[in-house]
Design a protein around this ligand. Structure first.
Ligand SMILES: [Zn+2]
Length: 220
């Protein structure tokens, strides 16, 4: 039987270890957090990701975490948020649901990341060809009523589809963008998040992920 030898990556110097330990003292601004996501997405798109899913990275963050952002995205298997932003373990909190539809649990999780984990940025990431949004467009056009759990998603997505017009040939793609904006607007109104925003401690932004190119477009 052979045993797995765990080796540290080349840049795992004592200096980096020291930085990891002292990182807790750092205050990451919303602008710096956004910059980390933008540059990470660039690395991903250009095929130069810095971070993988290496056990040494897991071990390096086992003692604590200081995530800079909480990212809310869709459950779609083509949109792994840590990968598209090329972020290491311990750097972003991730919350996902169908078409990033909000409920109390997700809002509570975002609030926890802000209040207890000290993240500086909340990002809502929609994506092209979202199955949940497509299903909603289809249901509204056919006039059918979706039951149960899927019905909840459809009900939550319907306002964005109606906003862009169900007869618009590009209703689904336009609704994805509208739904991101509606979701960020809703988060802006959550009391604890609004207070943190007013104090300049956090920012809440929307974004769209391009499945074909890998780019994330941040909405202003
Ligand atoms: Zn989706």
């Amino acid at each position: 039987m052979s045993y797995l030898a765990i080796t540290f990556p080349p840049d795992f110097s004592s200096e980096n270890l020291f930085m990891a330990v002292t990182r807790e003292a750092q205050v990451i601004t919303p602008a710096e957090a956004l910059s980390r996501l933008v540059t990470g997405n660039k690395r991903f798109v250009y095929g130069n990701p810095r971070y993988g899913h290496d056990v040494t990275q897991a071990a390096a963050t086992a003692g604590g975490q200081q995530p800079h952002s909480v990212v809310l995205g869709c459950i779609d298997s083509r949109v792994p948020l840590e990968a598209i932003f090329d972020q290491p373990f311990g750097s972003i909190c991730v919350a996902r649901s169908g078409a990033h539809v909000l409920d109390r649990s997700l809002i509570g999780s975002v609030g926890f990341a802000v209040a207890e984990l000290g993240v500086s940025l909340v990002v809502v990431v929609g994506h092209q060809r979202c199955g949940a949004v497509n299903a909603t467009v289809k249901a509204l056009r056919a006039g059918t009523v979706s039951e149960g759990e899927i019905g909840y998603l459809v009900d939550q997505l319907a306002p964005a589809v109606r906003e862009v017009g169900i007869d618009d040939p590009d209703a689904a793609e336009k609704a994805i963008r509208a739904h991101v904006i509606r979701t960020t607007d809703r988060l802006h109104k959550v009391e604890s998040l609004a207070a943190a925003m007013a104090a300049g401690r956090i920012n809440v932004v929307g974004a769209i992920y391009d499945l074909d190119s890998g780019w994330v477009e941040f909405l202003s």
